[in-house]
Design a protein around this ligand. Structure first.
Ligand code: KIV
Length: 290
């Protein structure tokens, strides 16, 4: 799969096609935070497919091809088994479906932790084979040398602190972080280390609200909350969570639609019509001419 494939607008079902426009850039996003204040908060959502990207792109500043696709798309128990190939395929699709937002792709577990060199080789593959403009990786101060290595070599990086889902086996679950003083202080110092290393943005996930605010105030980079605070510089949610594709939603998710019910109702009606032989109707069948 490669980003050199463009959507074929004459044959693709993915119409209406978005109007070509100038894509936002990482420096433009970074400039939104001036002297510790972000007048216009950054709107970010995950996206995994070309069609999703088309629908989200006009409204978003950042599209994240999250490794949450492990659970959301592939039905895996966590993001740990997600591979670089999965991220490349979905990353390329999201770049093809978008014109406006900065597209960032998650580095999957095992693709960057070993050394800065390993991280560079895999981040470069993500950039070349998807056309994305940035990568995201999890972990705090321990990843700062890797972030600096990538940024110095032309790869914009988003850090990710607090609840880091790739570390679920160490954390023992997906509970909110930062409830003890020591844990809270570590989250803030981790975010600072990533920002000092050159991460243009830091995702802070699943932390008690005062910690999300403290992180936002402590670093110059843009801080994107998920289960954080409205006072972060921006917000991200998993698209399938916010449109209501799943029954179970974490506390920090607001459901803006009930797409699962819409799909379920449509399929129930389709099944009934097939069984009653009322589908296809005249409108859906080809009749001999003349
Ligand atoms: O993988 C993902 O979707 C993420 C976001 C929830 C921040 O990392």
């Amino acid at each position: 799969m490669s980003t050199t494939f463009q959507l074929d607008t004459s044959t693709s079902r993915a119409n209406p096609t978005p109007a070509p426009m100038k894509r936002l850039t990482v420096p433009a996003l970074r400039r939104r935070k001036q002297d510790g204040t972000t007048a216009e908060p950054i709107v970010m959502l995950t996206a995994y497919t070309a069609r999703q990207a088309q629908l989200l792109d006009p409204h978003c500043d950042l599209l994240l091809v999250g490794d949450s696709l492990g659970q959301v798309i592939y039905g895996l128990p966590s993001s740990v088994p997600v591979t670089l190939e999965m991220m490349i395929n979905h990353g390329a699709a999201v770049v093809r479906g978008s014109w406006h937002a900065v597209v960032a792709v998650d580095m999957p577990y095992g693709s960057y932790e070993q050394s800065p060199e390993q991280a560079f080789a895999n981040a470069a593959r993500l950039m070349k084979e998807t056309g994305c403009a940035a990568v995201k990786l999890e972990g705090g101060a321990v990843m700062a040398p890797t972030v600096a290595f990538l940024v110095a070599r032309g790869i914009p990086v988003i850090g990710h602190v607090g609840l880091t889902p790739q570390a679920v086996n160490v954390l023992g679950g997906y509970n909110a972080r930062g409830r003890s003083e020591a844990e809270a202080a570590k989250i803030v110092s981790d975010a600072k280390a990533l920002a000092d290393a050159g991460a243009f943005a830091v995702v802070v996930e699943g932390v008690v609200e005062p910690i999300a605010i403290a992180v936002t105030e402590a670093v110059d980079s843009i801080v994107i909350g998920i289960g954080g605070s409205a006072r972060c510089d921006g917000q991200v949610l998993v698209i399938d969570d916010m449109v209501g594709m799943f029954e179970r939603v974490p506390r920090f998710v607001k459901r803006y639609a009930d797409v699962a019910t819409t799909i379920s109702d449509a399929v129930q009606t389709y099944a009934a019509e097939v069984r009653a032989r009322t589908f296809p109707g005249v409108e859906q069948t080809y009749q001999p001419k003349g």
